[in-house]
Write a protein that binds this ligand. Structure first.
Ligand SMILES: [Zn+2]
Length: 239
C-alpha cells in the first residue's frame, strides 16, 4: 500500500469522523466521509468499502482527482466515491464531504416541502438545500452516483450551498474542515427531524430568517472545537 499524502492528524480525524457519524446514526453500513489531502489538494481520502463504525487508519485509501485509487491499491473502494471527487473539483474551498442516507431528510427530497433552518444548530441551511433529481441527468438510473458525470451533476446542484438533498436517496454535506462537515451532517439530520415534528403542530412554522441564519452559522463555526473534542473522544473510546 503506498504511503498516504496526508498528515497523521487528518487521517485520525477522518477515522474519528466515520465513527462519530455512525454513533449518531447519520451513517450505518452505508454512507461515507472523505477529506481533501492537506499535502496534495487535488487528491482526497476515504476508507475502503467498509461500514463506517469499523473503519481504522489502515482502511484509508488515497484517491486521485478522478476518484480513482492510486496505482497498486487493489482494495475495493465505495461505488459512490465520485460524489466526493467531483465536489472537490468544483469547490476548491471544500475540505471534507459526508454522504449519508439519514432517514429524516428523505421526505424533503420527495415532496415540495423545503428543508429550512428551524433552529440555530441548523442555521447553515439558511441558503437552502437544493434537491438533486438524478432522472434529469439519466433516465435509466439506480439512484447511485456511480460515475464522474453523475458526480459532476450533483456538484452542480449543490452549487455554493452546504447541503444537497438527493431524491429518494439521501444527502451530501460539505465543510471547510472534517469537524465542520461532521457537524453539518449531524445537524442536518436533527433539523429535518425537528421540522417534521413541528409540521404536525399548529403552523405556520417560524423558520430562521436569512440574516439569523448567516449570523448563527458564523457563531457555530467559532465553537466547533467543543463538540468535535467530545465526539472524537467518545467515538475513539469505543472499540
Ligand atoms: Zn448513497
Amino acid at each position: 500500500m503506498p504511503k498516504l499524502s496526508a498528515s497523521r492528524s487528518l487521517i485520525q480525524d477522518l477515522v474519528a469522523a466515520s465513527r462519530v457519524l455512525a454513533a449518531h446514526e447519520v451513517l450505518d453500513a452505508y454512507g461515507h466521509v472523505s477529506a481533501r489531502s492537506d499535502r496534495r489538494p487535488e487528491r482526497f481520502f476515504m476508507s475502503r468499502s467498509r461500514a463506517p463504525a469499523l473503519v481504522t487508519a489502515a482502511d484509508m485509501m488515497e484517491l486521485d482527482a478522478d476518484s480513482e485509487p492510486l496505482p497498486g491499491d487493489k482494495r475495493k473502494g465505495f461505488i459512490e466515491r465520485y460524489i466526493h471527487g467531483e465536489i472537490y473539483r468544483a469547490r476548491p474551498g471544500v475540505m471534507a464531504v459526508v454522504h449519508s442516507h439519514s432517514s429524516s431528510v428523505i421526505p424533503f427530497g420527495v415532496t415540495r416541502t423545503r428543508l429550512r433552518p428551524i433552529y440555530h444548530m441548523g442555521s447553515f441551511l439558511w441558503s437552502g438545500a437544493p434537491v438533486f433529481e438524478i432522472r434529469a441527468v439519466r433516465a435509466e438510473n439506480d439512484l447511485l452516483i456511480r460515475d464522474r458525470p453523475l458526480g459532476q451533476a450533483l456538484a452542480g446542484t449543490l452549487g455554493g450551498h452546504s447541503c444537497v438533498l438527493m431524491r429518494g436517496h439521501g444527502m451530501t454535506v460539505v465543510g471547510d474542515s472534517v469537524p465542520e462537515a461532521v457537524f453539518r451532517a449531524i445537524y442536518t439530520e436533527m433539523n429535518a427531524r425537528l421540522q417534521l415534528q413541528a409540521g404536525q403542530l399548529e403552523g405556520p412554522i417560524e423558520f430562521l430568517s436569512d440574516e439569523e441564519g448567516r449570523r448563527a452559522s458564523a457563531a457555530n463555526r467559532g465553537t466547533l472545537e467543543r463538540p468535535w473534542e467530545l465526539w472524537k473522544k467518545s467515538a475513539l473510546a469505543r472499540k
